[in-house]
Structures are given as structure tokens and as C-alpha cells.
Write a protein that binds this ligand. Sequence first.
Ligand SMILES: [Zn+2]
Length: 355
Amino acid sequence: MHVHYPQTDIIGAPADGLLPWLENYTFPAETRFAQPAYAAEVANVFFSELLRHGVTTALAFATTHPASVDAFFQGAQKRGLRMISGKVLQDRHSPDGLRDETEQSLIDSETLIQRWHGQGRLGYAITPRFAPTSTDAQLRGAGELAARNPDTWIHSHVAENRDEVRWVRELFPQARSYVDVYRGFGLLRERAVYAHCIHLDDADRALMRDTGAVAAVSPTSNLFLGSGFFDYEGAERIGMRHGLASDVGGGTSFSPFHTMLAAYYVGREGQTKPGLSLAPSRLWWHHTGGAARALGLQGVIGTLQAGTEADFVLLNPKATPLLARKTERAQNLEELLFALIVLGDDRVVDQVCIA
Ligand SMILES: [Zn+2]
């Protein structure tokens, strides 16, 4: 539900936290995506890596450069994949080579929607990086674009890190909260996907629920950058829809198995009521049918029901000696699914079928 294809090569970059990680690794890496050939090469590696791990659809950030979006969609089209992406909007607090120009950024987004949205299996996401790196004018323009194109996606980040939340409060003093900033610009609606959603209160969760916006939970990233813990109990109690995401390169793995295990740790640690034990079937749901539903793609992908598109993986529960012993002893489906979460990785993915 949330990943950055241009960050494929900065996976595992050490940093003190989100803001220094962006400044020292992410922004310099992303400036290179102005070059179409470079973008195409990384997109190719990204798709190969997703498929190796059994991931058939992703909602992915590109960079601010329109060329990065073209490269992504061309690669996805060649492989017949159902993919969603969009040009990143960031017209302030960003380095040269990455910062875009307000008016041109909105024109470019509109052009890319015309070119790619609904072409075969491709979908466009209007993608403000996060509130601090867009001016009010750019966020307002993004909201207007989203209203004119109601079946496009909106893709951004919210409430990942405490320093970031403080910064947003300084920049947008009129808003009740960080989530409320996006509401004010018309950026909360069905098909609006917000990564992280960690430092929220119940009013924020209710606002997400009532507008149809959803959370992309990114546990390996949150643990890696020390951002905090997603509150599963709070999300469930209020009814805020959510699903799982790798968030590479802040996330540490393309593997859904690693992501589900990290989510399980987060369930254990990070709750208002501690010690939650997330059911294995629920974690799998958040990577398959539940994620599809949160993306507004129910009935299209995410289940094996008749009439849906046949994207599926064939898994080998005996892929390693320990997994073979463990899964042989599984008494029920939950035990089998949990063994795969704890011990599984790309070796389990035997075949990937697309469409
Ligand atoms: Zn992210």
C-alpha cells in the first residue's frame, strides 16, 4: 500500500531519524531520477524485486520528475502489472533538483493523469510528498485536481515522527491536527492513502474513517527509523481502514513476510492496551484482500474469487528445512500462516502469476 521505487538503492541507509534520513540519503538519491534511462533501470530492478517477493500490485511514490513516472508506468505496462504511481509534489523545503514549481507541478500532474490513468492496469496517484514540503497553493491545487479526477488516488504521508508533527503544527497553525491539514485542502476522500498514521488521536481516526481515507501501516520503516508504533487497537475501535506496506527505502524489506512479522511486533509493543496478539489471518488479510479493499480495488485484485484478476502466488511451505518441519506440524490454518510469517522469506515464493 505504500513504497518508494526511487528509494530501492537506499534501503538500509543509517540515520538518526526521519528528517536527517531524508536530507542525507533520500533527497540526493531522488535527484537522479530526472534522467529517464536511470529511472527506467531502477524501475526494472524494483519490479523484479517486488515479484521475487510475491508482490503483484503496489501504490508507489515516484519522484518530482515526470520522467520518473513515465519510466515506472512503461516498466509496469511491459510486465502487465496492476500498478499505481504519480509525480511527487514538493515545491518548498526541498533541495535544488528536487523542488518543483507550483503551477508547473500541477500542469505536469494533469498531463500524466491524461497519459496514464486507466491505461490498461495502470492508475494515477496525486502525490504530495507530505505537508511540510508543499506550499498552501500546491496542496490546494492537488485537492482541486483530486476533485476533478475522483477515481485517481491520493498518496502521501502523515504523522510519522514527532519532530515532523511539531514542524507541521508550526507551518499550519490554523489546522486542528496534521490530518486536518489535508482535510482543509480537500485531500481526504475515498482512495486517499496515508502512510504511517502513528501520532493520531481519535478525532483524526474518525476523520479518516468518515472521509474514506485509509492508513498504510509501515512497520519495518517505523521500527527502523524509530518513528513509533501504529495503534491497531485505536484503528479498530474507531473503524479507520488500514493495510500493510513495506515503505522501502525507509522500510527494510520488500518481503510481505518480514512486514507481517514487524506488524506483529508493533501489535505487541505499541498499543494503548499493550500485548495485542494480531491474528495471523488478519495480518495476511492486510497484505491481500484487505489491502485491495483499502485501495478501492475490491473485486479487482486481492482474492481468488471468480471474476477477479488472476494475480496470485504459489507458495512452498517446505522451502527451508525448518519451515518444512514447522508447517508439517501445523494443527490449523492460523498455525500454518503464522509459521510462514515468522520463518518465511522470498524462498517461499515458488511462482508468481500475473493476470
Ligand atoms: Zn514513505
